[in-house]
Design a protein around this ligand. Sequence first.
Ligand SMILES: Cc1cc2nc3c(=O)[nH]c(=O)nc-3n(C[C@H](O)[C@H](O)[C@H](O)COP(=O)(O)OP(=O)(O)OC[C@H]3O[C@@H](n4cnc5c(N)ncnc54)[C@H](O)[C@@H]3O)c2cc1C
Length: 407
Amino acid sequence: MSRGPAPSARTSEVVVVGGGAAGLSLAHRLTETGAATVTVVEPPDGPLRPPERTWCYWDHGTGDFDEAVTASWSRLRIHGADGGEFTVDPAPLLYRMLRSAPFERLVHSRLARSPGGHVLRATAEAVRNVSGGAEVLCTEPDGRTLTLRARHVFDSRPLPALPPARTQLLQHFRGWFVRTAAGRFDPAVADLMDFRVPQPRHGLAFGYVLPLAPDRALVEYTEFSRTALTTAAYESALGHYSRDILDLGAFTVEAAEQGVIPMTDARFPRRLGAAVFRIGTAGGATRPATGYTFAAVQRQSKAIAAALRDGRGTVPPPHGRRALAMDAVLLRALDTGRIDGPAFFTDLFRRTPAERLLRFLDGATSPWEEWGIGLRTPVGPMLRTAVELPFLPRRSRTAPRIGESTR
Ligand SMILES: Cc1cc2nc3c(=O)[nH]c(=O)nc-3n(C[C@H](O)[C@H](O)[C@H](O)COP(=O)(O)OP(=O)(O)OC[C@H]3O[C@@H](n4cnc5c(N)ncnc54)[C@H](O)[C@@H]3O)c2cc1C
């Protein structure tokens, strides 16, 4: 991998705009399979580059980015609002944690070893379709401009605003990497949803604990609701959760992470012309009902590589229509308060095998299995919501920059 302006940076089969989760996953997949030569355009350190983040996803325990995985869990725990807890085993799937910095280092080093991979430190200013492909106009760190030409451009830059939606919630959270004075965590079990936290008037809230060692964990406070909180409000909720509910005793906070993920039934346009496609959160890869994106990005990257290898100029959608329709019903049912969020998720995990639930989130369940999952939800309110949805208009709303994350 060479950096800065290089003749090879000016033309490649594919330009990927943005080297985050989606951009680097796609670049890795395309170069590894030999599907295309790739230039990734990623801005220099500064306001456009998001801070380090933690991505969790599930797989069979072996995947492309194993060397960068920080931790894995084979057991997941849910704490109901009534304080009752149960543990589920998603075997053969594992729940895994990846930090964005090691992921970036790993993919950059693989691109550097690949003859067809190149990372360009520059800011993309515009992307346009031209005859035979597309062009990306960039500004380099020294202020010079550079035009990249490619047969296909995949753009993962965050959208300035979300597309119109019937329901738009946010998954917003803050987490602390804590170190406790005494061993307080069981590194074998991750707490996926802990509903013992006080519930907001609208939406729902839960704690999330990813233990890394008996005395170290990522402890988060998360809400699914319409507006994000102030950092002071998250700090207060995290303090209450850590001290009064988890009873951590003496601890120090070594780092913090904060973010907002869209939970929306908006339609994200994927194709912006003959040769330009949006990918990642900007291309609708975030699963509306959960905020999980990383696993969908991996599936879509594989599908794009296969499409380019076969000479197809299309990008398959990151989520199927059935999944999006079911998520739209759930989002509206939560937003209207027709269903009790903590009870809904607790019952879903209690009554559905965890492996099937994760497969459902991957869009890999059969209609028959989905029917079974649907029957384990509050059927009356969900049906009423499903019936009214087609008559509701999609509206534009103001929202914070999606994917925003601060420290
Ligand atoms: C704090 C946080 C935690 C999350 N945790 C999870 C999780 O556990 N599991 C999960 O599945 N999902 C998670 N998500 C959701 C989702 O996976 C992430 O937001 C993910 O980073 C989305 O990938 P992306 O490639 O679409 O966007 P990003 O990773 O944000 O990548 C966009 C890239 O575009 C670049 N860029 C911006 N402007 C320009 C420009 N002008 N020119 C060139 N490049 C530009 C940025 O520098 C960035 O690298 C989380 C989100 C946040 C914010």
